[in-house]
Design a protein around this ligand. Sequence first.
Ligand SMILES: *Cc1c(COP(=O)(O)O)cnc(C)c1O
Length: 409
Amino acid sequence: MNIPLSAPDIGEREMDYVRQVLQSKQLSMGPWLEQFEKQFAAYSGSRYAIAVNSGTSALHLCVRALEIGANDEVITTSFSFVASVNCFLYEGALPALVDIDPVTLNLDPQAVREFLRTKCRRSANGVLIDRETGRVVKALMPVHVFGLPCAMEELMEIAREYRLLVLEDACEAIGAEVEGRRAGTIGDAGVFAFYPNKQMTTGEGGMITTNDENIAELCRSMRNQGRDTDGAWLRHVRLGYNYRLSELHAALGVAQLERIETILASRAEIAREYAELLAGRKELQLPEDQPGMKRSWFVYVVRFLGDSPAALREHVRARLREKGIASQVYFTPIHHQPFFQQCFPETVPSLPYTDQAADQCLALPFHSRLSKSEIQTVCDAVTAALETMPRIAAPSEPVQDVAMRAMGT
Ligand SMILES: *Cc1c(COP(=O)(O)O)cnc(C)c1O
């Protein structure tokens, strides 16, 4: 048996549209790109949508368009995919990593406030400075982790109060909603990604959403070698990149977006089935709904509880592996990544809830075409593994105490 972690949902429509591109002979910068962007803007409810060749490229262009650069700092989470921080490093900016909410696993507004209140000061000319690094604190980047939107109302309020730009990493959250508003359309700019493990895919691809015409035009120009918007092909007015999305990719995007509601609905249904089959195990914490939030199911991540969750997780992973069932540790926090530690050997951020989540989380196989019997097989294997764990440690210590200890209080 072989149950992969994820799989793209590709059907006849995708084949048909890609074939049409191949027959059209226009393989880049054509009508499919335009249609994909138009459709995406309408779907997300943002004025502009700019397609690029990856989520990482989309993040990078937003960082440039928002003029986040050397000497700047952006408040964000370590509990994310590495691109969420790399996009700042490209431009010489640094992340100011603050802790997550232990329930939602998203950037904690309280922790953001705490950082701003205790670690920052206003300079004489009103610029917000990180006292420790001397850098300008310019922006806030919420990441809607695992498709669950961040507490955007509180974060936007903080951003207004401190005059911070807001860049939303919505790469895992297409279709997610906060109080009826689409994740990725609330801040100054938002970013989506279409790698094959995402809810919808273009093979490789990404999208920028914004209501700001200036940001939109800058991103359009920079993705296409810094060409002016008047379209003169060999006139380059700013530093640009080749972050274009080909017509083949855009056609895939159009097909996927036309079916997105169905895809998201089947993912939600699969999550529901997992929840039903895994309910009631004291060693497991399952993903929970949050009031006012509509999650877009990106991955199905369970959390192992008890004294040594990482050991229990390894035990379960090994049993799953023996049965040909894939699983993945999602996420290894960015500040634990070798590259980050190499870059900042002195920096050891105190992020107790992030570290805790790092030990607890495991993603199970999850995609829109996972069959009922495959879900059953995965859950049986998880359950059997839990029952064969030598000395299963029961949850003994409230999360709060772990955090307090790690903070040395
Ligand atoms: C997928 C993802 C990205 C970008 O991914 P690409 O592979 O560059 O498309 C960025 N941030 C997060 C949180 C992601 O999950």
